[in-house]
Ligand binder design. Structure first.
Ligand SMILES: C[S@@+](CC[C@H](N)C(=O)[O-])C[C@H]1O[C@@H](n2cnc3c(N)ncnc32)[C@H](O)[C@@H]1O
Length: 206
C-alpha cells in the first residue's frame, strides 16, 4: 500500500493528528499482508475508536461517496436500490447512504472487528479478500446493467500503491473501450484524509 515518505510523516507529527496518521501509515505500510490489514482494522474498530478518530473533518470519504451514489437518483430509486458497500469497515458510508434514502445496503469487508461494528448498525456483513485491480471485474459482474459503481480512494494512492500505479486507471479505460461500463464522473476532491485529496470514479455498468 502507500509508501509514506519521512517528510510526510513529520508533517503530521502534530499532537491532535499524529495518532490517526500513524494508524493510517501503519495499516498502509508497504508489504503488509491482507491478513495483517484485517487484523489491524479489527483492533482499531474496538470501542469505535476508528470512528472517533476519523470524523468528517479528518476523513470525508463516506460523505463524498454517498453523495455520488445518490446523485441523479429519485427518492424511489434510492429506496429500491440494492447497494453493496465494498470495504465497508464499520459502515460509515452505509450510514450516509441511509441518510440519502437508501434502504438496502450490504457490507463487505475482510475485517471481522470492523464488520462487527457494521452489524450493530444492522448492515449485513460478508467476508472477503484483498482489493486488487482485478476486483473491478468482480464488481462489474455483480452489478446489474444500468447499475452504478462508485470507487473512492486517496488520490496519492494512484502513484504510491504499486498495485494501482499505471494499472488501475488504464484498466478502467480498457473496460470502457470494451463496452463493459461507461464513465459518468471522475473527480479529485479535497479533504479525503486531512489535507490529502481523494479521487472518485462513478461508472454505469453496460
Ligand atoms: C480506511 S477503511 C474504510 C472503511 C469505510 N469504507 C470507511 O470509509 O470508513 C478501509 C477498509 O477496507 C477494508 N479492506 C482492507 N483490505 C481490503 C480488501 N482487500 N478487500 C475489501 N476490504 C478491504 C479494511 O478492513 C477496512 O475496513
Amino acid at each position: 500500500m502507500a509508501d509514506l515518505s519521512k517528510k510526510e510523516w513529520e508533517h503530521y507529527e502534530r499532537p491532535e493528528q499524529s495518532h490517526v496518521f500513524k494508524q493510517i501509515a501503519t495499516v498502509m505500510r508497504k508489504g503488509i499482508s491482507p491478513e495483517e490489514v484485517a487484523e489491524f482494522y479489527s483492533k482499531w474498530a474496538g470501542d469505535l475508536e476508528y470512528e472517533k478518530e476519523l470524523p468528517a473533518d479528518v476523513y470525508n470519504a463516506p460523505i463524498v461517496t454517498a453523495e455520488a451514489a445518490a446523485d441523479g437518483l429519485t427518492e424511489v430509486q434510492r429506496a429500491e436500490a440494492r447497494v453493496l458497500d465494498v470495504a465497508a469497515g464499520t459502515g460509515m458510508s452505509g450510514d450516509r447512504l441511509r441518510a440519502h434514502g437508501f434502504r438496502h445496503v450490504d457490507a463487505l469487508d475482510p475485517s471481522e472487528g470492523m464488520l462487527a461494528k457494521a452489524r450493530e448498525r444492522e448492515l449485513a456483513g460478508l467476508g472477503e479478500g484483498h482489493i486488487k485491480c482485478c476486483a473491478l471485474t468482480e464488481m462489474i459482474r455483480l452489478v446489474k446493467p444500468g447499475g452504478v459503481i462508485v470507487i473512492v480512494t486517496r488520490f496519492q494512492h494512484l502513484e504510491s500503491v504499486e498495485e494501482y500505479r499505471g494499472r488501475l486507471e488504464p484498466l478502467m479505460d480498457q473496460f470502457e473501450k470494451e463496452g463493459r461500463w461507461r464513465r459518468m464522473e471522475r473527480r479529485v476532491f479535497p479533504g479525503f484524509f486531512l489535507d490529502k485529496e481523494g479521487i472518485l470514479w462513478k461508472y454505469q455498468v453496460c
